[in-house]
Design a protein around this ligand. Structure first.
Ligand SMILES: C[S@@+](CC[C@H](N)C(=O)[O-])C[C@H]1O[C@@H](n2cnc3c(N)ncnc32)[C@H](O)[C@@H]1O
Length: 270
């Protein structure tokens, strides 16, 4: 088969499987496969709705490459704004500790630290800040650790298994909390795209009946920690953001939109 008919076959398979951005992915597939056997395997997976990121094992977030597998959520483009908000917050105030809660692939904290180390973005030093990545899934943390190592940040980011923030000492610290915890309400989860339900970890997506199960738990853990001050930036979704806002109402949360103009983030300071 020549290259052109190969490309057409790949593009047809991607279109049939309703792949967004099929032109870019088809080019990546051409570069990825070494022979016809490889290509057949890839096309078989595509026909079974497997996301390309899980087939090739890589995903891009904030223009940075990350390793992914089915134990972690594929980083979403909407989440990139959370990194931008965190950079701004860090530049405005000195934090002793930064925690990425529910780190998955580690994309948020890695993108943040890599950005803060660029003199064009941040002129100060980050050495006095402790950076943590937490997740309740050991399998997800394995991926996060691999990415931390790949980006040579083992000396800076500590990946720890725990429920939310329950095992980190935050007493008397100025803390920046970043959270993209599972927030899809149980009923909405059932309506998600079949490729998401079939391949992405349910434990990374579903947030109980209301979608706010983990954010309620985050609030009670925040109250147990005697932090000197904290800023919390969290990601949620438009259908439940009013309820998420109510949970944190005492901290006067402000709603921030994502790149698609949807109400997506809450930022609050105490
Ligand atoms: C929506 S994913 C976000 C992953 C990654 N931060 C991102 O933005 O792509 C949620 C993550 O939270 C983790 N998680 C779920 N419940 C948790 C809990 N109680 N404590 C800590 N992490 C949790 C999941 O394992 C998953 O990795």
């Amino acid at each position: 088969m020549n290259n052109l008919s190969q490309l057409f076959e790949i593009q047809k398979a991607l279109k049939d499987a309703n792949y967004p951005d099929y032109k870019r992915v088809s080019k990546e597939i051409i570069e990825f496969v070494e022979d016809e056997k490889d290509l057949k395997k890839v096309l078989d997976n595509i026909k079974k709705d497997k996301p390309w990121e899980y087939i090739c094992g890589n995903a891009e977030f904030y223009t940075i490459p990350f390793k992914v597998n089915q134990n972690v959520l594929i980083p979403r483009v909407e989440t990139e704004k959370l990194v931008g908000l965190a950079i701004q917050e860090y530049k405005d105030k000195k934090f002793d500790t930064v925690v990425d809660i529910g780190t998955g692939s580690g994309c948020i904290i890695i993108a943040l630290v890599k950005s803060l180390r660029l003199p064009t973005i941040y002129k100060g030093k980050i050495k006095d800040t402790e950076f943590y990545a937490t997740d309740k899934s050991s399998k997800a943390l394995k991926v996060a650790r691999k990415n931390i190592k790949e980006h040579k940040l083992e000396e800076i980011i500590k990946a720890r298994k725990m429920d939310i923030i329950n095992r980190i000492k935050l007493e008397d610290k100025n803390v920046l909390l970043l959270a993209n915890l599972p927030y899809i309400p149980k009923e909405e989860y059932k309506e998600l795209d079949k490729s998401v339900k079939k391949y992405e970890p349910k434990g990374a997506l579903e947030g109980g009946l209301s979608g706010n199960k983990y954010y309620k738990r985050l609030l009670s853990q925040i109250k147990e920690k005697d932090m000197k001050s904290f800023t919390l930036i969290l990601e949620t979704e438009e259908s439940i953001i009013d309820e998420t806002k109510d949970i944190f109402v005492e901290y006067n949360p402000k709603v921030i939109k994502d790149i698609y103009e949807k109400n997506r983030f809450l930022i609050m300071r105490d």
